[in-house]
Every structure is written in structure tokens, then in C-alpha cells.
Design a protein around this ligand. Structure first.
Ligand code: TGC
Ligand code: FAD
Length: 392
């Protein structure tokens, strides 16, 4: 793969909106990605293998629980710093950002928000350093966009719960030490349970043959009469709103992450357009290529403004779930369009692993589907503005 010469576009001088702390956090994540992710990621993606050696570094740059309070091992940062870290990590690879998103927003967040003090102290510090890795089990083979229909369930057996069912498409599942699993009790109410690797009847087979997120491990979670200790139930929130609350935090991070992937594609295409000569001119001198680049930087700039404002609203506790849906949908679609155009600008070279674009493009095909599909987010916006839910 080519050396990482990335230069971040900042067309509207958005750095002026950031504090010194934001820039410090962003720049150290950026430097870490250049040093530790860029040189190895193509090879790992080609081999469809997760690079375990980066886990410790991810913890050190605040990639695990950036906004979790320091007393639980988190970095205690604000929502804009969290977004900027996601942007930089996904600039390297969406699969690495997946590991970070899942650990931060789908494992640490529910333990912090819905767990008790013993659960927080037991798990959060180890998750923050990467000593322990978690995964999040919501999706089932027959319930993806409609998680409320889940059939995974647990029964109260007096001194423990008995868990049965299966989850599918679970990021980090093949090597996770713990899983935050959403399951129905005997009355049909959804609760979160912490299931630990090694519990009898709990297995995590890996999902193979993916053309997307190849450097992220995906798998199933299978529960065959798993005895879960009662102290592993998250006591402070139940109902579908509990997992959906975690998704708000992860979707917000993805809205920023997608900008990182888009920036990398744009920067690569811009550089290539100045170097590649056809018909005795750099291809960047042709109007059709300039149209692509001009549209890319316009869309990146709009997405940056959207997420910055959303970050301010989240810092103030004012962001709604529907606002987060709009940003996730818009920014991932924006990144996917830019990746496809950038790939064309590189001609045949665009399909090779010499450049990061094709990998970003394939990764984004998952990002546009997970954490709520493109169409589901459109329906969330539709419901928000009309008041009519059109899901059913
Ligand atoms: P609905 O009746 O609308 O809502 C049920 C309850 O949930 C509340 N709620 C929310 N709470 C917090 N945050 C949100 N975003 C919320 N959205 C809804 C709602 O107020 C209600 O509460 P209550 O107290 O009245 O019961 O639910 P519905 O069944 O009609 O579904 C709505 C819909 C379709 C929007 C929802 O199911 C949905 O978002 N579906 C998409 C599923 C999804 O995003 N799955 C993601 C799985 S995890 C994943 O993909 C990880 S990838 C990680 C990586 O690798 O990066
Ligand atoms: P479906 O829900 O079957 O949707 C199929 C199509 O129908 C989509 O285009 C959808 O938009 C459309 N559709 C569905 N309902 C409606 C409707 N009401 N109106 C109009 N159109 C509709 N899940 C987890 O729980 N944890 C994870 O860690 C996780 N990681 C993932 C990693 C990867 C690589 C992938 C691909 C998925 C992951 N997921 C995870 C699952 C992901 O969240 C689901 O794939 C996603 O929510 C969509 O569900 P589905 O694949 O079952 O598609």
C-alpha cells in the first residue's frame, strides 16, 4: 500500500470551532492511525483478519469509552472529542472504528448508564484499556430492522437466569470476552444481560466470506441453556428504549466516522488527480474530474458542519434521536457516494489495494446497513416530521 500522505480538508476553517483539547485529541488519534493502522490495515483486510495488536493503542488514544468518566477508566471527554476520535479511526478503516464504537457505545455505555456500581467497577476499567473486549447482541436472524420482535429469552430459575436464543451479525463476537445481550423475560419485556465467554452453552461462531469490513471480526452469539448469574442483569433500564439508547450514541459516532472515510477518499483522489497525466494534462485539469472533487469537498464540508452542531447539541443534552438518525444517514450516504466517485477517478488503480478507496467503499456498504439501515433512518425522519410511524 502507498505511504499514508493524508492531509485533512478543512474548507470552512472548522478548526476555529474546536478547542485546544479537541485539536490535541484529534491530532494524537490522527498520528496514531498514520503510525499503527495505515501501514498494516490493507494486509489484514485482504486476509480478513482483525489486527489484535492495535487494541492497546486504541485504548491509549481514547478509542474505548472516550466520554466515560475517568473514575471508571474512561477519558472523560466531551461529545465533540468523541466524534473526532471516531472520524480519525474511520479515516484508517471502518472496521477498526466498528471495534471502537461497539466497545464504547454498545458495551461500556449500557454498563455505565444501565448497570449498577459493582458492574461498572468490575467491567469498565478493563474495557477502557482493551484488556477486555465486548460485543453487543441485538440483531437476530429473523429480526434485524425490527429488533422489538426478538425471540431470545431468559427464564428466572431462582438463583440464576436461563438464557436461550441466537444473535447474528455481531461485531467483535468471535473474540469478545463479554457480550451485552438483549433478551426478553417471561413477560416479554426486554432486558440487557452481561454474558461472559466460558459460560456453558455460550458459543460465538465466526461469520466468513464478507466482502466488507474484512478487518473486523463478525459472528453469531448462540445461547443454549446458558446459566447467567442474576447479578449480570443490567438493573437500571429495560424495554426496547434501552438498546436503542445505546444506538443513539453509536450512530452519533458513525456520523463522524463516515466523514473520516470520505476525507481519506477525497484526499487520495485529489492527490492522484494532480499526478496522473492523460492527454498531456493532469486529469485534475479536466472539468469532469473537477466536478467530482468540487462536489466531494462541498458534501464533506456540509457533513462536518452537521456533526459539529450535533456534537454541541449532545454536549448540551439537547440532541434528539431523530437528529442523530439524520446525521448518520446523510454522512454515510455522502461517504459512500464519495468513495464510489473517488474510485472512478483512480481508474484501474482504484480497484487495487495500493490505495485505500476500494476498501473504504466496501466497508461503507456495511456502515450504510448497520446501526439502522439507510431506509430505516429515512423513516425515522419521516415519523419525526409527520408524527406518523411508517415502519409497520
Ligand atoms: P418504537 O415503538 O418506536 O420504540 C420502542 C421504544 O423505544 C424508544 N425509542 C428510543 N429510545 C432511545 N433511543 C432511540 N433512538 C429510540 N427510538 C425509539 C421509544 O420511545 C419506545 O419507548 P417506550 O418507553 O414508549 O416503549 O419501536 P419500533 O419497534 O416501532 O422500532 C422503531 C425503529 C424501527 C426505529 C427501531 O426498531 C430501529 O431503530 N430499528 C433499527 C435497528 C438497528 O438499528 N439495529 C442496530 C443493531 S446494532 C448494530 O448494528 C451494531 S453495528 C456496530 C458496529 O460494528 O459499529
Ligand atoms: P432487514 O431488516 O431484513 O432489512 C432488509 C431491507 O429491508 C433493508 O433494505 C431495510 O431497510 C428494509 N426494510 C426493513 N424494514 C423496513 C420497513 N419497515 N420499511 C421499509 N424498508 C424496510 N447487529 C448487532 O446487534 N450487533 C452488532 O455488533 C452488529 N454488527 C454488524 C456488523 C455487520 C458487518 C453487519 C452487516 C451488521 C451488523 N449488525 C449488528 C446487524 C445490523 O444492525 C443489521 O444488519 C441491520 O439492522 C439490518 O437488519 P437486517 O440485516 O436483518 O436487514
Amino acid at each position: 500500500m502507498k505511504p499514508d500522505l493524508f492531509q485533512a480538508p478543512d474548507y470552512y476553517l472548522l478548526d476555529d470551532l474546536l478547542t485546544d483539547e479537541h485539536k490535541l485529541v484529534r491530532d494524537s488519534a490522527r498520528a496514531w492511525v498514520k503510525k499503527e493502522v495505515s501501514p498494516i490495515i490493507e494486509e489484514y483486510a485482504q486476509r480478513a483478519e482483525f489486527p489484535h495488536q492495535i487494541v492497546k493503542g486504541l485504548g491509549e488514544i481514547g478509542g474505548f469509552g472516550p466520554y466515560i468518566p475517568v473514575e471508571y477508566g474512561g477519558a472523560g471527554l466531551d461529545q465533540i472529542s468523541y466524534g473526532l476520535i471516531m472520524q480519525e479511526i474511520e479515516r484508517g478503516d471502518s472496521g477498526v472504528r466498528s471495534t471502537s464504537s461497539v466497545q464504547s457505545s454498545l458495551v461500556m455505555y449500557p454498563i455505565w448508564k444501565y448497570g449498577n456500581e459493582e458492574q461498572r467497577m468490575k467491567y469498565l476499567p478493563k474495557l477502557a484499556t482493551g484488556e477486555m473486549i465486548g460485543c453487543f447482541g441485538l440483531t437476530e436472524p429473523d429480526f434485524g430492522s425490527n429488533p422489538g420482535g426478538m425471540v431470545t429469552n431468559f427464564k428466572d430459575k431462582g438463583d440464576h437466569y436461563l438464557l436461550n436464543g441466537a444473535k447474528m451479525w455481531i461485531s467483535n463476537a468471535p473474540f469478545a470476552d463479554i457480550a451485552v445481550v438483549w433478551a426478553k423475560d417471561e413477560s416479554g419485556r426486554i432486558h440487557g444481560l452481561i454474558v461472559e465467554r466460558g459460560m456453558e452453552g455460550f458459543t460465538t461462531p465466526e461469520t466468513h466470506n464478507k466482502w466488507s469490513l474484512r478487518a473486523s471480526a463478525t459472528g453469531e452469539l448462540i445461547f443454549d441453556n446458558v446459566k447467567v448469574p442474576k447479578e449480570n442483569l443490567l438493573p437500571n433500564k429495560s424495554g426496547l428504549g434501552a438498546p436503542l439508547g445505546c444506538l443513539d450514541s453509536a450512530r452519533y459516532g458513525i456520523a463522524w466516522g463516515a466523514i473520516g472515510a470520505a476525507m481519506d477518499c477525497y484526499d487520495t483522489a485529489l492527490r492522484y488527480s494532480k499526478e496522473r497525466i492523460q492527454f498531456d494534462k493532469p486529469i485534475g485539469a479536466f472539468q469532469l474530474q473537477q466536478k467530482k472533487l468540487a462536489e466531494m469537498i462541498t458534501e464533506i464540508t456540509k457533513a462536518q458542519l452537521l456533526t459539529w452542531r450535533l456534537g454541541v447539541l449532545r454536549n448540551e443534552g439537547k440532541a434528539t434521536s431523530a437528529q442523530i438518525s439524520m446525521a448518520k444517514r446523510n454522512n454515510v450516504d455522502m461517504a459512500l457516494t464519495i468513495a464510489r466517485d473517488a474510485r472512478q477517478m483512480l481508474g484501474g488503480m482504484g480497484i487495487t489495494g495500493e490505495y485505500s478507496i476500494m476498501r473504504h467503499m466496501m466497508n461503507l456498504e456495511s456502515v450504510v446497513t448497520y446501526e439502522g439501515t439507510h431506509d430505516i433512518h429515512l423513516l425515522i425522519t419521516g415519523m419525526d416530521v409527520t408524527g406518523f410511524p411508517a415502519f409497520k
